[in-house]
Design a protein around this ligand. Structure first.
Ligand SMILES: [Ca+2]
Ligand SMILES: [Ca+2]
Length: 287
């Protein structure tokens, strides 16, 4: 039903005139439809054409001024005056990509300040999402790793808006911190025996409380050869193996041999960090 923004106190009588029209339009107030059924169409379209009030979706967005002047000519319009409060419009803000800050996710600032009310009413903001419910134009909420849908409705104290939803993604793009260290950093004497070397490996990640650790590679700075047998053994590549046998040997005419034992730490978002622990077999005792 059409509703016009106006001052209903003017309608204590039976007639008034829309002053925004060049052709006066006589109107009668009608408070209780359908006993007093409006006849809007002809007169309002004429009003628009004559340069004034517009009707949009059953209501005007421009105030119509009225006078008590008796009409002299023009069509008659009967306008219903009722509750002219239009619902506010919720705007939950743009989508967001937020970096994960802790295993439970991240704090995210929501922003509903783009919400509006046609009458300029004071808005109240009601958010809902994985965090539950919270009030306020710009609340900070905790969201988990991954995509979350957050919904905002606003009210002007009388009418509630349609909901508006926004998707917020908390992502983890940072690799873990990783450190690897050999318990025995130097093998001496270079007598060709296989020495059990253990490694301490420490991994931490802002978002993943337990990154996966794995032995990725054991490499020697010298080519195989020299003494018979492998330079190292007992290395289970691809699992969390912290015990490797390294041969205490080096080339007689080289600078010494360095083993690099490389570990990886993988967080649950697929970010990989690597760290290598060095074990040296010096050429001679002086090195
Ligand atoms: Ca309103
Ligand atoms: Ca991470």
């Amino acid at each position: 039903m059409a509703a016009w923004h106006t001052e209903s106190s003017l309608f204590d009588g039976t007639e008034a005139v829309l002053s925004v029209t060049r052709t006066p339009v006589r109107i009668r107030s009608c408070w209780r439809p359908p006993t007093c059924r409006p006849r809007m169409a002809a007169s309002t379209s004429r009003s628009s054409r004559d340069g004034g009030a517009r009707r949009a979706s059953g209501r005007t967005d421009k105030a119509v001024s009225l006078s008590r002047r008796r009409p002299t000519a023009g069509p008659e319009a009967i306008i219903q005056f009722g509750n002219s409060n239009s619902p506010p419009v919720a705007d939950a803000g743009p989508g967001q990509l937020v970096e994960c800050a802790r295993p439970s996710g991240a704090d995210v600032l929501l922003d509903g300040r783009a919400s509006s009310d046609p009458e300029g009413g004071t808005l109240r903001y009601h958010w809902s999402g994985p965090f539950g419910q919270i009030e306020g134009a710009q609340p900070t909420v905790a969201l988990p790793l991954g995509a979350s849908t957050v919904t905002l409705v606003v009210d002007d104290g009388d009418v509630v808006s349609e909901p508006d939803a926004v998707q917020i993604v908390v992502r983890d793009t940072r690799p873990p911190q990783l450190a690897a260290l050999a318990a025995s950093g130097v093998l001496w004497p270079p007598d060709g025996r296989l020495v059990d070397v253990s490694f301490s490996v420490a991994a931490s990640d802002l978002c993943d409380p337990a990154p996966q650790i794995a032995l990725l590679e054991v490499a020697s700075s010298e080519p195989s050869g020299g003494r018979p047998g492998l330079q190292f053994t007992g290395a289970a590549i691809g699992i969390d193996d912290r015990q490797v046998k390294l041969r205490a040997d080096r080339s007689g005419n080289g600078p010494g041999r360095t083993y690099l034992v490389t570990y990886g730490a993988l967080d649950r978002s697929g970010n990989l960090a690597t760290a290598a622990a060095a074990v040296l077999v010096p050429h001679d005792r002086g090195r």
